[in-house]
Every structure is written in structure tokens, then in C-alpha cells.
Design a protein around this ligand. Structure first.
Ligand SMILES: Cc1cc2nc3c(=O)[nH]c(=O)nc-3n(C[C@H](O)[C@H](O)[C@H](O)COP(=O)(O)OP(=O)(O)OC[C@H]3O[C@@H](n4cnc5c(N)ncnc54)[C@H](O)[C@@H]3O)c2cc1C
Length: 398
């Protein structure tokens, strides 16, 4: 009989896992989504991707992700990975030394980058106006996707590949027998499975709890805004601008997108599956504050009118790195969560590695640094019981 996998969560991580499982020739793949595809953070993402991360494992995984974004841009109908200008990181003199210390890691793993002075940034992209002592780090392989476009293209592709997608289907419980997972309980009964991949991001804790498992995951509110069409296109790379606590990029239809964190907001605790991201109220003070911070850097923002706002959640683990892989104590159970603010960027790789784990029992790169089993139980309990303002969570952008 062919092997059966159930994926829980219809965001980019779940969709990508389904896509790669089918491409690896895995038998029967079912994806469960409690609302509709993209109802979680995936449809709210800025879609910015860079390969210039903080750890060897992250760097290697992102190499795969960025290569796949470019390939999928050619393979999938109606999806484009915008790599025309690369992706720019901006640093103040205070922030630069920590990033500069990572350059040897990029050299070691053959990840390209260019260091740009403030004058050079202005010369290349006259619509950017960084302060004289700011430094740019350009990732020529980075770029951005329009998340709605990507979600639609990937969903159509996995349907074609034969994945059974069930929307409005909440996984209520992970069903286990002894030390292995055997299925997922829905309100219609138990769906049996040989492998279960939990990719439900902000809703992870209540679902794992049904199997007596806990991980140190916290979620934080995050928002981004898209303007009405501008008179002149914003011709610049996406910029991760830590000195201004946010990011900016061109958006479809001559628009501009800006996103920001809210450093003073405490972590947001998701207690039950019924919770929807639409329940999080936008803080009306955020947009004016972001615009005040960014106004000199991107003068085009000063005259923009605002059309769309999206509020969602980011999920961070205790050490800032993703949690991805099998649970050693429960055979057949896999998880892919806590991608900080970079889960969109990770997805072609996170889905690929989850599929490798499920189909082959191992991955083509060493992912032990992302293992769900790497945390101490007492520290996990303490972390979950605490309240953490966003400023104290590791800042890891895209
Ligand atoms: C405003 C904003 C901007 C962002 N910008 C970027 C960016 O520029 N670049 C980047 O890389 N990342 C960005 N991110 C982060 C990125 O959106 C997430 O990391 C990523 O989308 C996570 O994808 P996911 O599939 O793991 O989770 P989600 O998209 O949240 O999907 C999880 C799904 O699981 C479903 N679900 C939950 N519980 C159950 C259950 N019990 N049964 C069935 N289904 C269930 C949910 O309904 C949801 O659809 C941003 C996030 C936000 C909020």
C-alpha cells in the first residue's frame, strides 16, 4: 500500500512540503487547512528573501531556497521572483560590526555579497537616501515575491501533482499509538497517516500539546502596508533597514510596501485553533511612526497614500533559529515552524527538507541545528511561562 502523509497548515511551509513530497514520488499526500489556503501569515508576508543569514545551517538552507525561487519563477505559471536589484541590508555604524563579523561565513560557504557605501547606494538607486555613515550589504541573489501570486501558483501546481487539499478542516488532535503517530483527528473522524507534518506556525503549541509535546515558540504581532500607485515607479531593491526598524520594497502596480515591527508589544499567545489573524487589531500609531522613521531614507514615502494593511504573527524559537525536523520520541511526526520573520523566504527549502525527512528519513544537508529535540525541557517551560516584548526576541529579518 502506498505511504500516506498528512500536512497540517495551508501556508507556504505546508504547500511547499506537499509540492516536494510529490516531486520525490511520495504516495498519498493530504493537506489540511482550518480556514482557506494562505489564511495564516503567508498571505500577509512582505515576501522579501535574502541568503545573508546568521548561521551555517541558515545560510545553506537559504542557498537552496533562493535557487528554487528562481527556478519556480520559470516553472510556475503567473509567478515571478523579483531579483532585478537583489536585496539590500542597511546598517548604522552601531549595527554594522555584528554583520561584518559574519562575512567570513559568507566567504566560506560561497555566498555572494557586495558592501556598498552610502554614496554608492544613492548612485545606484537615486530614490534611496541613506545617512552618510550607513553601510549597505547587497545580496545579488536575493529579491522578493508577491505572496498572493506565489500562493496561487503553488496551490495550482500541487493540485496538479495530485495533492488532496482539504480546506475548512481543523486538525484537532495528533493521534499516537505507543511511540509513533498514526493519524490526525478531525471533527469528521480520524484520518490515518504514516507521517504527519505540522506546519501550522502560530497555532503550533495547542496542537503539539495534544501529543504531550512542547517547544519554545513565541509569536509576535507584525504589520505591513501597501500604498496606492505612485506617480513614479519605486526603482530599488527590497531593503531590510534595521536602523529604521523595518523594511521597504517596490510592490506590484507601481506601489510601495513598508513593514515594521513593534518593539514594545509583548508576545501574543495563541491558545486555541479557532483563533484567526483577523482578530488582531492594527495599532493605528504604527504606520505614522514607521513613516517618520523612513521618510528621509525613502522620500517617495512622504507623498504616498495607503491602500492596504496586513497584520499577522511572526514565530520565534528560544534561540532564534527555525524548528524543523522529526521528533526523536514520536516516530512519523515532523514539524516546520519558528522561521522568525523569514518563513516566506525559507519555504522552498523548508518544504524540501521536510519532504526529504518524510520520504527518505534524512536530509541532503545537516539540519541538526534546527532539530526540535535541541531544547532543554526546564528552559522551554520557563520561556513559555514568560512574557517577552518583541525587542527582546532575536531580531532576524527575512
Ligand atoms: C506582516 C508580515 C510580513 C512578513 N514579511 C515577510 C517577508 O518579507 N519575508 C519572509 O520571509 N517572511 C515574512 N513574514 C513571515 C512569513 O509570513 C511567515 O514566516 C510564513 O508565512 C510562515 O508560513 P507558514 O506556512 O509556516 O505559516 P502560515 O502561513 O501561518 O500557515 C499556517 C496555516 O496553518 C493553519 N492552521 C493552524 N492550525 C491548524 C489546524 N489545527 N488544522 C489545520 N490548519 C491549521 C492556519 O490557518 C494557517 O493557514 C512576514 C509575516 C508578517 C505577518
Amino acid at each position: 500500500m502506498s505511504r500516506r502523509a498528512i500536512i497540517i497548515g495551508g501556508g507556504v511551509t505546508g504547500l511547499s512540503t506537499a509540492y516536494h513530497l510529490k516531486r520525490l514520488g511520495y504516495g498519498d499526500v493530504t493537506l489540511l487547512e482550518k480556514d482557506t489556503i494562505g489564511a495564516g501569515s503567508s498571505s500577509r508576508a512582505g515576501g522579501i528573501s535574502t541568503g545573508l543569514l546568521w548561521s551555517k545551517t541558515g545560510i545553506l538552507a537559504r542557498k537552496t531556497a533562493l535557487r528554487r525561487f528562481r527556478e519556480m519563477s520559470r516553472e510556475l505559471d503567473s509567478y515571478v521572483f523579483h531579483n532585478e536589484h537583489g536585496c539590500l541590508g542597511l546598517f548604522s555604524p552601531e549595527l554594522w560590526p555584528a554583520r561584518e563579523a559574519l562575512l567570513p561565513l559568507y566567504d566560506e560557504y560561497d555566498v555572494p555579497y557586495q558592501i556598498l557605501s552610502s554614496a554608492e547606494i544613492r548612485r545606484r538607486w537615486p530614490q534611496l537616501n541613506p545617512e552618510a555613515d550607513h553601510v549597505g550589504l547587497l545580496d545579488p541573489l536575493g529579491g522578493y515575491s508577491e505572496p498572493e501570486e506565489y500562493l496561487a501558483a503553488l496551490t495550482a501546481e500541487i493540485r496538479q501533482l495530485g495533492v488532496r487539499i482539504i480546506e475548512n478542516a481543523t486538525a484537532l488532535e495528533l493521534v499516537t499509538e505507543g511511540d509513533r503517530v498514526t493519524g490526525v483527528r478531525l471533527d469528521t473522524g480520524v484520518e490515518p497517516a504514516d507521517a504527519v507534518v505540522v506546519a501550522n506556525y502560530a497555532w503550533i503549541l495547542p496542537l503539539l500539546e495534544t501529543a504531550g509535546i512542547t517547544i519554545p515558540a513565541k509569536t509576535f504581532v507584525h504589520q505591513r502596508y501597501v500604498s496606492k500607485p505612485l506617480p513614479t515607479p519605486f526603482a530599488a531593491p527590497p531593503v531590510n533597514a534595521d536602523p529604521y526598524l523595518g523594511y521597504v520594497r517596490p510592490a506590484a502596480g507601481n506601489r510601495i510596501l513598508i513593514g515594521a515591527e513593534t518593539p514594545d508589544r509583548d508576545d501574543w499567545k495563541v491558545g486555541e485553533f479557532g483563533f484567526r489573524l483577523t482578530e488582531i487589531a492594527d495599532d493605528p500609531t504604527v504606520l505614522p511612526a514607521v513613516l517618520a522613521r523612513f521618510g528621509d531614507f525613502v522620500p517617495a514615502l512622504n507623498n504616498a497614500e495607503w491602500e492596504t494593511r496586513k497584520v499577522g504573527l511572526l514565530s520565534f524559537s528560544m534561540d532564534g533559529e527555525p524548528i524543523l525536523g522529526p521528533f526523536g520520541a514520536t516516530e512519523g511526526l515532523f514539524v516546520g515552524v519558528c522561521f522568525h520573520s523569514g518563513g516566506f523566504s525559507y519555504n522552498p527549502a523548508s518544504g524540501y527538507y521536510l519532504a526529504e525527512f518524510v520520504a527518505n528519513g534524512r536530509t541532503s544537508i545537516d539540519l541538526s541545528a534546527f532539530s526540535p529535540d535541541r531544547f532543554d525541557a526546564a528552559q522551554t517551560a520557563g520561556y513559555l511561562a514568560s512574557t517577552v516584548p518583541q525587542r527582546n526576541a532575536a531580531r532576524r529579518r527575512h
